[in-house]
Design a protein around this ligand. Structure first.
Ligand SMILES: Nc1ncnc2c1ncn2[C@@H]1O[C@H](COP(=O)(O)OP(=O)(O)OP(=O)(O)O)[C@@H](O)[C@H]1O
Length: 590
């Protein structure tokens, strides 16, 4: 997220854009040819002016002016026409490249494991997907082209200048040479600061995003001013970095403006001496000055182009930082088909899990057999690893030891798409997307008819409130839509989990946000669904335990006890103690 460990040169960073640009190389080359053509036309104009000054004007012949004047008009039109053509020919490839990179980034983000998303701030990802890619598009569409073209123009211009007069050429060259040294130093310094600014921009985006998402919490706790303070600090930091960027580039700009002016003074000195001594014509000096003037933009733009190149290199580094992240949870090379018909026999055998190498083991040898059609409630003290265990079933993370099988097939040997059709989940925190109710529920399966959506809603006791929504299934909910109550959101999340008729249902206590009355309604409905499905349900309340055929208690990374609720109540003091700590109505606790 922060500085790349191995600093790369801007060239190495940008070289990696090659595979994206390659399919469009014809367009890019055409763009370069058009630009070079335009520049060549522009560079020829001073030569025509020289021929006018030294020809018709020196001889006082008006008649000889027609062709040179026509030539200037034609060359000017050609320059303008080629300029237009360049923009047109480059618009398609560059927008395509940007769109393709954005598409790949999004697809990669979807494939990356949950652990990656836990580590990365969403604002950092957002700024990469938007700002950095737009910087890269600008680089390919304009900066890269002009770096090539301006270098060629400078070379062409110097050849013309040396052709006109050796000493005039040398004067301009001597004035331009120090720019190369200054630019190299500038490139190194600017890249570091440009990268820092982009990272800080990502941090700022994260703060804005988090405060928008958590606005209720912030208001409720009166923490708005605190976050505003944090935002101000981050914005100040970014401003400081931007100022450092300006300071570095101002030095370069100073040199860029000064050196060509010195070159002009030198040209005037050399030229006037030559004219007085009779070794040079006025036309030659005027043409040389016109060429030097034409070279002002290619020379002046070097600093800006290099700055943009560094920005693009930093943007490319940031882009590939995400793209290089390995997809650790992936389809196996030799995928086995899931058992057909699926029975939903879920088995954990000596399952171990730790978040990273060297970190504490969360699960250390879990053995649990959930028989087809059975519902097992998973209980345990807070932080004992219940959520972690459930997340391993659909491979939101991979076990670090042992295995999980469904109908005898290791989940790691199945295609992820097959596994996630077999297994469905509902989480403690129901996430709704900015989309219609239909889309939010149908997300639980590839395709769902309205009838299937309604059936899932009926089972999750959500049909009545959805019918009462202003546009029924088409009502937009989520961030930009209608606000739903916690219970309504949970019921939609449940409908989503069951719409695909999974064989194994994993519920991370989706009932925790429901009030007692609604909870009872959903439980009743769930009992019907659970009868045909294997289910592992994390239970934070004894009332949820009541849904299960058996209860498994997780302690010290292992299943410490398994049995029916009443068996465990009767025989297991640790279970009794655990239940007494849970928030339970008296009648359930008994
Ligand atoms: N990314 C992570 N890196 C390291 N440890 C983590 C990470 N995420 C969670 N943990 C730790 O893993 C342990 C198990 O967490 P988990 O959420 O599975 O517990 P839980 O039993 O579901 O808790 P609760 O009942 O409070 O929801 C906790 O100690 C937690 O702090």
């Amino acid at each position: 997220m922060k500085q790349a460990e191995q600093p790369r040169s801007a060239y190495q960073s940008l070289w990696r854009l090659g595979p994206y640009a390659r399919p469009w190389r014809r367009y890019l080359i055409l763009g370069i040819i058009a630009t070079v053509g335009g520049m060549a036309a522009g560079l020829t104009i001073p030569l025509v002016i020289q021929s006018i000054l030294d020809g018709p004007i020196a001889r006082g012949e008006i008649s000889g002016l027609l062709w040179p004047v026509l030539a200037v008009a034609l060359l000017g039109s050609a320059e303008a026409g080629l300029f237009y053509f360049r923009r047109k020919v480059l618009a398609r490839p560059t927008t395509h490249i940007e769109a393709r990179m954005r598409r790949d980034l999004y697809a990669h983000l979807q494939r990356l494991p949950v652990s990656f998303h836990d580590r990365w701030q969403s604002g950092q990802l957002l700024s990469r997907a938007v700002a950095d890619l737009s910087t890269i598009r600008g680089f390919i569409a304009f900066v890269a082209i002009f770096l090539v073209v301006n270098s060629l123009t400078l070379l062409g211009g110097l050849i013309v200048l040396f052709g006109l007069n050796f000493w005039l050429g040398l004067t301009v060259l001597l004035a331009a040479l120090p720019l190369i040294t200054i630019s190299t130093v500038f490139e190194r310094k600017y890249k570091v600061v440009a990268r820092l600014a982009q990272d800080q921009d990502g941090d700022l985006a994260t703060t804005v995003e988090e405060s928008a998402l958590g606005i209720r919490v912030l208001k409720a706790f009166g923490r708005g001013p605190h976050l505003a303070g944090k935002f101000r600090k981050q914005a100040k930091l970014l401003r400081g970095t931007e100022l450092r960027k300006v300071r570095i580039s101002s030095l370069l700009w100073g040199a860029i403006v000064l050196l060509p002016e010195i070159g002009i003074a030198g040209q005037l000195l050399v030229g006037t001496t030559g004219i007085v001594n009779g070794t040079m014509t006025v036309g030659t000096l005027v043409a040389a000055m016109a060429v030097a003037a034409y070279l002002r933009w290619p020379t002046d733009s070097i600093g800006w182009l290099l700055a943009e190149t560094n920005m693009a290199a930093a943007a490319a580094d940031r882009y590939f930082e995400v793209m290089d992240e390995p997809v650790t949870v992936a389809d196996p090379a030799d995928a086995k088909p899931a058992a057909s018909p699926a029975r939903g026999h879920l088995r954990f055998s000596n399952v171990h899990f730790r978040h990273s190498e060297g970190s504490k083991e969360i699960l250390s040898g879990v053995d649990l057999d959930v028989r087809p059609g059975e519902t097992v409630a998973l209980v345990g003290a807070t932080g004992s690893g219940k959520t972690t265990l459930t997340a391993l079933v659909p491979r939101l993370a991979d076990v670090t030891g042992g295995q999980i099988t469904i109908d005898g097939v290791n989940v790691a040997d199945m295609r992820l798409a097959d596994l996630r059709t077999l297994v469905s989940m509902a989480f403690e925190e129901p996430v709704l997307f900015s989309a219609s109710v239909r889309e939010n529920v149908a997300l639980g399966t590839g395709e769902a008819t309205d009838e299937q959506v309604w059936q899932a809603l009926r089972i999750a006791q959500a049909d009545k409130f959805v019918e009462a929504l202003p546009w029924g299934l088409d009502t937009r909910i989520g961030e930009q839509g209608l606000s739903l109550s916690g219970g309504q959101r949970q019921r939609l999340a449940l409908a989503r989990a069951i719409v695909g008729r999974p064989s194994v249902l994993v519920l991370d206590d989706p009932l925790s946000a429901l009030d007692v009355h609604t909870e009872a309604e959903v439980e009743r409905a769930l009992r019907e669904v659970l009868s045909g499905v294997t289910a592992l349900v994390v239970a934070h309340r004894p009332s949820t335990v009541q849904l299960a055929d058996r209860v498994a208690m997780l302690a010290d990374g292992r299943i410490a006890a398994v049995g029916t609720h009443s068996e465990l109540l009767a025989s297991n003091p640790a279970y009794r103690k655990l239940l007494s700590t849970l928030d339970a109505p008296e009648e359930v606790r008994a």
